[in-house]
Design a protein around this ligand. Sequence first.
Ligand code: GLU
Length: 477
Amino acid sequence: MSNEIRVRFAPSPTGNLHVGSLRTALYNYLYAKKVGGKFILRIEDTDQTRYVDGAVENLFTTLKAMGLEYDEGPEKGGEYGPYYQSKRTDIYNKYVQELLDKGKAYRCFCTPEDLDIMREERKTKGLDTRYDGRCRNLTEHKINEHLENNDKFVIRLKIPQEGEITFYDVVREKVTFPWNMVDDQVLVKSDGLPTYHLANVVDDHLMEISHVIRGEEWLSSVPKHLYLYEAFGWKPPKMCHLPLLLNSDKSKLSKRQGDVAVEDFLNKGYLPETLLNFVALLGWHAPNNEEFYTLSELEKAFSLKRINKSGSVFDVEKLNWMNGQYLRNTDLKVIGEYARKYFEKAGYHIPNEKHYLELVDIARSRIHKLDEVTEFAKPFFSELEFTDDDKEILKTESSQILFKFWIDNIIDSPELNEELINELLKRSAQELEIKGKNLYPPLRLALYGSAHGPELPTIMDILEKEKVVERFKNALK
Ligand code: GLU
């Protein structure tokens, strides 16, 4: 084995990429970058029953959107391929034969019905529902009889029945499991395909993975995996299990509580930059507790040593706050590009680029997510609707005088620019003696449909002369 640091992200394509998986991918990526190692992508698609169409494509596009480029993997190739487990069946067959030959694994001919009965019996005896090992010691004769009958079988790992196993995990440190908590894991199913456990260990070894960095839900699989490494006579990689992601009520983060797919967050208008930053801090903290990081800053700051042991709450409030910060502090043109699809979806035709960016700029200071961006643009694109209270304000004598004055002064001027607007505001105050709350709120209401909102010159600039006149006319009785 080389001394190179090689880490892998090994998702199963069972749906759109989960935020927890994004964190696993990110930490693997960051660790590889930090130490100058390799980041490998491997698709763990041995379980065809859980395969979801489009999941692999979603994985590729999401990783790309996040900027997490891998060094070896499905689309890129590499010396250790293929990187799809479904294309590696022959490899697993060879290794499982080795385990059978060494007596570390055995064929189990129990039918699903046999297993149901066994589990029920164990339950009534107050035992756990692990496999009771009845096929562990079948005679050669019995095995051959089954094989001649073409009886279906699975291949199970022959886990020790007594004692315990202790191992070292980078995050959890010393971990001990009694063997009697560990099942005789199925390694090859009756259809001849390997299970995750066999394929995962064989591949981590053959791909020379130095560190397994993955979610804590896999911690209880480590004993089986280490037993497999030992059975093969292989040196295991270092283990590093990331803390669970929790809902605010401290339950495990799950789909039931709302969206958990990265794609859903992106569609709602969380920026990829925010998501990466936010997810990086779910289970890791910087020495100075700094909160804002770009990907390249994270590449320098990250370290496995500062991964937390306890679960991390996925705090949507904090995510919203952070996204708001990113919306306001990122270059306006970049935000404009991200926002464009929301305008298209709303059917708002963007008049010109300058006005478009003005609009986005108005909106971004008031929203948390980009899917809210068109709400602030709506008054520019659709008919204004007035409440009874609004109508009261528009109807007052001073408002009516004001609107008339503005129409008269705008209608014949060649263009409605900021200079003219400021001049008319001044003259409204001086000549009409209309000031303060009798001046700005009615004008804004007539043009934008709300007494509060963007600056008047901005509103008029975006609406342009013709529409400004039209809206003032509408506001006249
Ligand atoms: N295929 C497993 C998953 O979907 C990978 C676990 C591991 O990294 O070993 O999470």
